[in-house]
Design a protein around this ligand. Structure first.
Ligand code: ACO
Length: 336
């Protein structure tokens, strides 16, 4: 934590990285498994294919590769990283996967931990990490990772949900600054009352340790989703939270260069864009290739846009994540 400055007032964005597994599962291949078609999936979701982890592609591996490319872009000495926050719902170790990413990176001076908020996870992790950087505790450099492997928890016989999800990871490198704050504003919400619309619940079966002492073995049921309710939730709440945030920060939607939404369904992206009067060419979308990669979508789509020279220094990004919990959030960012 060299160069500690207790007047750190904000964060700047220094790098991005991403990783997706090699295996490609196209819509027509899914239709060999469940009763669906490329035409149905494409028209209802915008998705054409998704990446599926194979052996060797767990959350630690994917998160590590995404983090490393973000660190390379930032041009940081790995030993100067203070904080690693991994947003994931599918850690390959329930005790946490972030420390194993720390070890693989050799980020010996960092503290690393997991954060779970499903598809809102990356946004919640970015906001949390920013508070550490601004909090006066000496944290200066952070890597925020979103990585998920939902293919391991999808019911591959449920055509209503298995078509949506894919695996991947993305990461951003952020740094404390005492001159400005490029995380211009943010908001976060949860509503557990509506939590039953989307779950990856534990499934305990009773065993016996000794006579009269039971235990519950740990396992998980596949993803259970009420697609229509999740859809209605997203198209209602996401415009509201973004509109409120823009207003609070004295921005109008015409000042937004890029709308970066959690990549769940192209129809959700279009509907939110329409409501905010943000034209299609400003709405970043890559779900055609990757589907919904949960906590990974936002950094994955940002990284692609930076490397394709679309997002440029000082561009204004309005972003929103939403999903299970139910949870949702928004952030207004200036890139750089
Ligand atoms: N192929 C063919 N037909 C299908 C398929 C499929 N893959 N899936 C459902 N259908 C059928 C249904 O059985 C139904 O048939 P019926 O009319 O004979 O009963 C019909 O298509 C319509 O089904 P709906 O559920 O009404 O379809 P809808 O237009 O709502 O699209 C979808 C379903 C794509 C799941 C949509 O509701 C959606 O995208 N919801 C949001 C889900 C989401 O984003 N979840 C992730 C959130 S992020 C997180 O935290 C993980």
């Amino acid at each position: 934590m060299e160069g500690i400055n207790f007047n750190q007032i904000g964060v700047s964005f220094k790098g991005s990285g991403s990783y997706v597994p090699d295996q490609i599962l196209t819509n027509s291949k899914i239709s060999q498994k469940v009763d669906t078609s490329n035409e149905w999936i494409k028209s209802r979701t915008g998705i054409s294919e998704r990446r599926i982890s194979s052996l060797g592609d767990n959350v630690t591996e994917m998160g590590y590769k995404a983090a490393l490319t973000a660190i390379e872009m930032a041009n940081w000495d790995i030993k100067t990283i203070d904080l690693i926050v991994l947003a994931t719902s599918t850690p390959n170790d329930l005790f946490g996967s972030a420390p194993s990413i720390q070890a693989k990176l050799g980020a010996a001076n960092a503290v690393a931990f997991d954060l779970t908020a499903a598809c809102s996870g990356f946004l919640f992790a970015l906001i949390s990490a920013s508070q550490f950087l601004k909090g006066g505790g000496g944290f200066k450099r952070a890597i925020v990772i979103g990585a998920d492997q939902l293919s391991s928890f999808v019911d591959w016989n449920d055509r209503g949900s298995c078509i949506l999800f894919g695996d991947g990871a993305g990461a951003l490198a952020i740094e404390a600054t005492n001159e400005f704050d490029n995380l211009i504003g943010f908001d976060m919400r949860t509503d557990g009352e509506r939590g039953s619309f989307l779950n990856l619940p534990s499934k305990n079966t009773k065993g016996s340790i000794i006579d009269n002492i039971d235990f519950l073995s740990g396992a998980f049921s596949p993803i259970q989703m009420n697609g229509q309710e999740v859809y209605k939730f997203a198209v209602r709440e996401v415009p509201i939270i973004l509109e409120k945030l823009l207003k609070k920060m004295n921005y109008t939607s015409d000042k937004v260069d890029w709308l970066v939404l959690h990549q769940a369904n192209q129809r959700i992206l279009d509907s939110v864009g329409e409501r905010l009067k943000i034209p299609g060419e400003k709405i970043l979308s890559n779900l055609e290739k990757y589907g919904n990669t949960s906590a990974a979508t936002i950094p994955l789509v940002i990284d692609e846009a930076i490397r394709n020279n679309r997002i440029k220094q000082n561009d204004i990004i309005a972003t929103s994540g939403f999903g299970a919990g139910l949870s949702w959030g928004a952030a207004l960012i200036k890139w750089g």
